[in-house]
Design a protein around this ligand. Structure first.
Ligand code: UDP
Length: 316
């Protein structure tokens, strides 16, 4: 049985990961300050003897009085409305100081540490689809920079801890992910469109709706996170993790409208600043090194996610 620390463990991905790790009979220590996470997301496992919750902000150093084997570093708000604005400085601190504190902990424990980096490190990509070798096109002073540059700096820290202190690191770059466990108020496109359609509200497309994203169902992502964590020693990544299926936001809105019977109409709103035009992962490396590729196509994942939101919002 492994002792595994999950930072950001009460968030959307974190709670799904904790649940899976417990199922696989690991002892899980879940860390979160519950800024965007919530104990509601782990209410089904909170009493489980293999699960411990610690309220903690990763910007502060952490001393644990037990030896841990693995750390999954997920802590950071990931939705643009949550990480921008008033919270942008906290976002940078969470990315950078959080990485630093968790790397120190990994060093002391001789633990393997996995960083959940992001497709955001590619910024507004000039190469399409994006392979890991692409170095990105980020606006360093824009409203997304707190997250994008924070995550870039975290990658840099990971590789320096690996080079200079021998820490066993694993880095994945997560593309848009969705599924049960998302917060209805999260502000991201899939949760917004589904909740709007279920409530009969306007479906808000930002900009022309011609921008694209690639959406990975959460179970596929949890699979690859665990595969990467347990991959051969010395394989650090970075590895793109996402579903290469690429859709415009208009296509996504139309899909949601086909799957939910609703009176909702599409409305067009302002495009947020620095919103990337296109996103699609090249997942050749994940296929080759981890034998992984996503199994759940968007339509199937949307149906599962709609069922989750129906229950969550109490809408028949
Ligand atoms: N978006 C949209 N309507 C919404 C929320 C988002 O059209 O209600 C767009 C957003 O402008 C972006 C895409 O959907 O182009 C994905 O946004 P999201 O916040 O989900 O993730 P991002 O990839 O931007 O981090």
């Amino acid at each position: 049985m492994k002792k595994i620390l999950v930072t950001g463990g009460t968030g959307f991905l974190g709670s799904n990961l904790c649940r899976r790790l417990i199922k696989e009979e690991n002892q899980v220590i879940c860390l979160d300050n519950n800024y965007t996470g919530s104990l509601n997301n782990v209410e089904d496992i909170i009493q489980n003897p293999y699960f411990t919750f610690i309220e903690h902000d990763v910007t502060q150093p952490l001393n644990l009085n037990l030896k841990i084997d693995q750390i999954y570093n997920l802590a950071c708000p990931a939705s643009p409305p949550a990480y921008q604005g008033m919270h942008s400085i906290e976002t940078t601190k969470t990315c950078v100081l959080g990485a630093l504190n968790m790397l120190e902990l990994a060093y002391k424990n001789k633990a393997t540490i996995l960083q959940t980096s992001t497709s955001e490190i590619y910024g507004e990509p000039l190469v399409h689809p994006q392979p890991e070798t692409y170095r990105g096109n980020v606006n360093p002073i824009g409203i997304r920079a707190c997250y994008d540059e924070g995550k870039r700096c975290a990658e840099s820290l990971f590789f320096d801890y690996h080079r200079h202190k021998g820490v066993d690191i694993k880095v994945i770059r997560i593309f848009n992910t969705y599924g049960p466990g998302m917060d209805p108020k999260d502000g991201r496109v899939i949760s917004n469109f589904i909740c709007q359609a279920l409530k009969g509200e306007d479906i808000t497309i930002y900009g022309t709706g011609e921008q694209t994203r690639s959406f990975c169902y959460v179970d596929d992502l949890i699979d690859v996170m665990i595969l990467m964590m347990n991959s051969e020693k010395g394989f650090t990544g970075p590895v793109n993790t996402g579903n290469p299926g690429e859709f415009t936001m208009k296509e996504l809105a139309e899909k949601v409208l086909t799957l939910i019977k609703t009176s909702s109409k599409i409305v067009y709103c302002d495009l947020p600043k620095d919103d990337p035009t296109q996103r699609r992962p090249d997942i050749s490396l994940a296929r080759e090194k981890l034998g992984w590729q996503p199994k759940i196509p968007l339509d199937e994942g949307l149906i599962k996610t709609i069922a989750y939101f129906r229950k969550k919002l109490g809408i028949q």
